[in-house]
Design a protein around this ligand. Structure first.
Ligand code: PEP
Ligand code: MN
Length: 265
């Protein structure tokens, strides 16, 4: 690909195709860190859809630091995502951790997420590359840009051309105020290095709900093609990532604020 050429990733959703790419409106992905129960996922789906989101995110299989932390409801959560898809018309994005679950995840998901912790799980990358659902590849928390792009190359080389890159913050030295350092320099750097669409995740990128709107706006001003925002109906009670989750009301207000920044949402 020559500089100036960009790939488009067109994703089939219940309400038609949504396209990620340079010459398309910003794609909004929103939803809870984890799928907790039917009521919360369906309610969140309807609320974020009404606010303008295109995709619902929600983890069924969760890569938690502690084995004693909530691990996600697994297969039963996939059924709840299917219900939320049906009820809202939103496309679904959810994470695969184990290739053994790939087939059943692909039955529900419109985009398959490979999380930061699996960015260099090469056998998993080969397997998501060998199936035909689009892939969202999060940057590893300590991955260089070249390592990230080579990880994407694994998926492309296996035959799947529909890859979206997601910056979600990297490890630096300050963890007192921010969980990670959201590396928005990738917006400038990747323009010269890749044709792939770029998503920014300011939720994991900051770890704090109060910082998310500012970084979301900065991402759009920098030319991001898509945003991923964690939204929970009751962040204080969330089973994972509550501190970085926006309420549906705050998300709705953020979408309105985004309308005046960057390209159209
Ligand atoms: C997530 O999206 O909830 C998640 C676990 O993200 P990451 O892989 O970026 O930590
Ligand atoms: Mn999360």
């Amino acid at each position: 690909y020559r500089h100036g050429e960009y790939s488009e990733v067109a994703v089939s959703t219940p309400e038609g195709f949504v396209t990620f790419g340079r010459n398309h409106p910003v794609v909004l992905v929103a939803g809870p860190c984890s799928v907790e129960n039917e009521q919360m996922i369906v309610e969140t789906a309807k609320r974020v859809k009404a606010a303008g989101a295109h995709f619902l995110r929600g983890g069924a299989y969760k890569p938690r630091t502690s084995p004693y932390a909530f691990q996600g409801h697994g297969e039963s959560a996939l059924g709840l995502l299917a219900a939320a898809r049906e009820a809202s018309g939103l496309g679904i994005i959810t994470e695969v951790m184990d290739a053994a679950d790939l087939e059943k995840i692909a039955e529900v998901a419109d985009v398959i997420q490979v999380g930061a912790r699996n960015m260099q799980n090469f056998s998993l990358l080969k397997k998501v590359g060998a199936q035909n659902k689009p892939v969202l590849l999060k940057r590893g928390m300590s991955a260089t840009i070249d390592e990230w792009l080579m990880a994407a190359e694994y998926v492309l080389a296996a035959g799947n051309q529909n890859v979206i890159l997601c910056e979600r913050g990297i490890r630096t030295f300050d963890s007192q105020y921010t969980r990670n350092t959201l590396d928005l320099s990738v917006l400038a750097v990747l323009q010269t290095l890749t044709h792939l669409p770029v998503m920014i995740d300011p939720s994991h990128g900051t770890g704090r709900a109060e910082y998310v709107p500012t970084m979301a706006k900065a991402a759009l001003a920098g030319g991001a093609d898509s945003l991923m925002i964690e939204v929970h109906p009751n962040p204080a009670k969330a089973l994972s990532d509550g501190p970085q989750s926006l309420t549906p009301e705050r998300f709705e207000r953020l979408v309105q604020e985004l309308a005046v920044v960057g390209k159209a949402v």
